[in-house]
Write a protein that binds this ligand. Sequence first.
Ligand SMILES: *Cc1c(COP(=O)(O)O)cnc(C)c1O
Length: 366
Amino acid sequence: MSILPYANQNVWELVAYKPGKPIEETARELGMAPEDIVKLASNENSLGPSPRALEAMRQAVAGVHIYPDGASFALRSRLAADYGVSFEQTAVGNGSSELIELLGHAFLKPGTEVVAAEYSFAMYSIVAKLFGAAYVSVPNKPDWTHDLQGMLRAITPQTRLVFITNPTNPVGTMVGQAEVDAFMAAVPEHVTVVFDEAYMEFADEQVDTAKYVRDGRNVAVLRTFSKAYGLAGVRVGYAITSEEIAGLINKARSPFNVNLIAQVGALAALDDTEHLRRSVEMVNEGRAAYYAVFDAMGLEYIPCHTNFILVRVGDGAKVYAEALARGVITRPMGGYGLPEYIRITIGCAAENNKCLSVLREILALR
Ligand SMILES: *Cc1c(COP(=O)(O)O)cnc(C)c1O
């Protein structure tokens, strides 16, 4: 007898998040050495973790027989000081993905609504579905940015969470301070505005959203150590928010949601501003290289503020598969409603060159 009819229907019907294809799996399938595979699928940092974070994590490994500090005191105190908020206005998660889910725990149930932009991080709709909330997707503007005024119009008394991804994934565009300020001037107080800033370190314009937290607004600023900080594998992200919202997140989370290694690594990574600077510089150089080659090839792309770029290749699924067969993992975008595009993480020069030469080879075949 199938047990599924007795399961939580929201979970049973869920289409699970599909991550970038792992290097090991690709190597196994292609019969290639893992070292010969280039993964540009998940917006990781090709420079690797900060050496300071690595050293701190190495030292911490000897202590893993002890539970971590469930309150993540050192890391949250540091974040509170950096943002000028209280300790109680911070929360940390097993990646900022977990914080998105915890916001769902805190605010969503059947009858409530989530508002997000048309091309958004898949976790938002997954979390809405998980908690039985309606998911309202607002079309982007012709320049691929969030239509913040349209998102305002989509808000109803049932809306609990609005996700503004800035810069946004998977398209890479961003909204500036003036647009964000206009949105915040008009958004109703019963809505929690979530600024998901997973890629803000790569943006030219640093949009200040923490000021709204300091002003007592119902805002949650999410940041992650997975992208610019190069710590995707240890899983740690944080929220700067109101005491009430942080309180809800901290009630809903499991007691030791951020492990000891992650806490120590994240704290050390915050001190390594030089590594962060080099990471952003690598991406800026790589972005220019992609633009130049795409321009020369006559390929359409979306100018981006992120460590990934969306390029229009025709049959995205096919180009993805052909690049994969040549050892380059990109991200097909059919699942995001962009079947003519693939998303490419901007890596180090060698990876970018490999990816570009593979694309040249594939597209010249047509
Ligand atoms: C990568 C990403 C995250 C967070 O990733 P974690 O590894 O869970 O911290 C959050 N939002 C967006 C838009 C992302 O692209």
